[in-house]
Design a protein around this ligand. Structure first.
Ligand SMILES: C[S@@+](CC[C@H](N)C(=O)[O-])C[C@H]1O[C@@H](n2cnc3c(N)ncnc32)[C@H](O)[C@@H]1O
Length: 228
């Protein structure tokens, strides 16, 4: 929302959905800091930022079963950030059909594309990356996860429904070993890889990555799809 609000019309209505209430509460704090002014009433957050008036509703909801109930028939744009790779191919097909029913455009960002590359290399890089990719395919509540196939799955579903696609690579490049996001990312990869590979040496990989990495690249794909 923060990335795109300045490119969208002056009056905007957003509904932010997550099944974790803490994430939604954090979003209220972050958005209130980001805006010039912020006020809350009746569960709505009213923001003013520059010329923009933005109404935000928070919805704590598990959309694994029914994504369509998250938006209304007059919704212009549905966005998903770092979500699609957790879902399944059948959920993505269901999601695409729901978008087509309301003719909404969709922007799905930060979908993992399977790439994990680091410099300098480490003997366990391939083992860890393979285990991480296998962990990605575990069911996250949506059926067997699509993982790195998710972006292509969305593109295919939307194309079949007559939508246009604009897609591109959007990799994360980490160069700062002290950054919290880098540390969390390495710890997350090591934990997931260990659950699959069960190798004690993964903690050596984690240690070396945290202390020696000059550059870590995690590949992502962004997909925008719209009906002309
Ligand atoms: C990788 S995080 C991305 C968070 C945020 N969208 C972002 O881009 O920073 C995935 C998010 O999906 C949410 N999530 C996962 N499964 C969900 C479900 N079934 N219903 C609603 N939200 C879900 C998690 O709570 C988490 O916040």
């Amino acid at each position: 929302m923060r990335a795109f609000a300045d490119f969208l019309p002056i009056y905007q209505h957003w509904t932010l959905v997550d099944h974790n209430a803490e994430n939604l509460a954090a979003a209220v704090d972050v958005l209130s800091d980001w805006a010039d002014t912020a006020s809350q009433s009746d569960g709505r957050l009213s923001l003013k930022r520059g010329a923009r008036h933005i109404e935000v509703r928070m919805r704590c909801f598990d959309f694994a079963q029914d994504p369509a109930s998250c938006w209304t028939a007059d919704t212009g744009l549905v966005t998903a950030s770092a979500l699609l790779d957790l879902t399944s191919k059948s959920w993505i097909a269901h999601f695409a059909n729901a978008l087509s029913t309301t003719e909404s455009a969709v922007l799905a960002t930060l979908t993992f594309d399977g790439t994990i590359v680091a410099d300098p290399s480490h003997p366990l890089d391939n083992t860890v990356a393979e285990a991480f990719r296998a962990h990605q395919l575990r069911d996250k509540g949506f059926g067997p996860a699509a993982g790195s196939a998710a972006a292509d799955s969305l593109k295919l579903s939307m194309e079949r429904l007559g939508y246009k696609i604009v897609a591109g690579s959007s990799p994360w490049h980490f160069e700062d070993r002290k950054a919290a996001v880098f540390i969390h990312t390495i710890e997350g990869i090591a934990t997931a890889a260990h659950e699959i590979a069960q190798m004690d040496s993964i903690s050596d990989w984690q240690h070396d990555r945290l202390n020696k990495t000059r550059l870590l690249t995690i590949g992502h794909t962004d997909v925008f799809s719209y009906r002309q």
